[in-house]
Design a protein around this ligand. Sequence first.
Ligand code: GLY
Length: 254
Amino acid sequence: MFTKAIVRRPAKSLVQGITSNPQLGKPDYDKALRQHDAYIAALEKCGVAVKVLPALEAYPDSCFMEDVALCTRKFALVTNPGAPSRRGEIEGIAEVLAGYFADIDRIRAPGTLEGGDVMMVGDRFYVGLSARTNAEGARQLVAALEKRGLSGQGVDMREMLHLKTGLSYLEEGFLLVAGEFLAAPEFASFKRIEVAPEESYAANCIRVNEHVLVPSGFPKTEARIREAGLSVILVDTSEYRKLDGGLSCLSLRF
Ligand code: GLY
């Protein structure tokens, strides 16, 4: 059960955020703000109290709050983002987390890790070895988990930005799976909901208590999630998609 979430308001500098999809165009800032409001409202509808941090103009990608921390049922951890332009986003995060967690750890250089590469399945955590999260960062995270009676394992990946670009655990054994992860043996035994190649963006959904937040505009994936018996709330993330961002990236939930 999630009771809290932390989000960061998008900065005007959002238009300079990192993207692998420049053909989608630059985000419209005012529309991004409206979508952010709707995202917060969707989290609140799921029963979560949302803390909104102020925008950080110096960091165009800083609204992608998930990447700077990991919140577990036992402790929180401040990451060390692999994208050099995002490293400064972690400043002040430990102080914010201290309002909620007594035990806060951190990833230290040369380890790098971004929260988008970490998928929680109960007390087990899957850590994508991506261009942003290196083996040393994953090793530090698994050690931090094991120290607290939790566990984790690395997942090889080659194509996607983050692990959760192509995977979302929807609880009750359901796993949304896309692209390179369709053939990954680690995920063979879940109740898989496969994402069609043309809808691969929709692999990034979040289960928040009784509902699944699903990006709008991906009808096949939406239908497959509903067919699994899950309650769907559609949220438009078009402006964040232009920066490779999705529903999970926009918040920390705990
Ligand atoms: N634009 C989000 C990221 O690349 O980290």
